[in-house]
Design a protein. Structure first.
Length: 109
């Protein structure tokens, strides 16, 4: 019984730690966004195509309302948006996605 309890607690600690290591960081994403995305997406707008803004409504309408979809778009690009997969790290892109979703859900305030 003691061994089972120990293994259960150890597993919870290990998996909890691993989950936190890979969690995206929206605050770090804000800085990366400011340095790489702001010229076209200031305030959640889209300078080139206003119908594809970063508002939660437009993200949903364009089926881009998840971090996974945003990660794919930022990594691979889609004209006229360039790909950032070679200039930003995977963690930076995850952080941008977390920041975009956080801001979209808050109305870009």
């Amino acid at each position: 019984m003691l061994r089972s309890t120990f293994l259960l607690v150890l597993s919870a600690l290990i998996f909890g730690f691993i989950g936190n290591v890979h969690a995206a960081d929206a605050s770090a994403g804000a800085e990366v966004f400011a340095n790489n995305c702001m010229s076209c997406h200031s305030g959640g707008k889209n300078l080139l195509n206003p119908a594809k803004s970063l508002s939660i409504k437009d993200l949903k309408d364009n089926k881009m309302d998840s971090e996974a979809e945003i990660i794919t778009l930022v990594t691979n690009g889609k004209p006229p948006m360039p790909a950032f997969g070679t200039s930003l790290s995977a963690d930076q892109i995850k952080n941008i996605a977390a920041y975009v979703m956080q801001q979209a859900n808050a109305g870009w305030k």
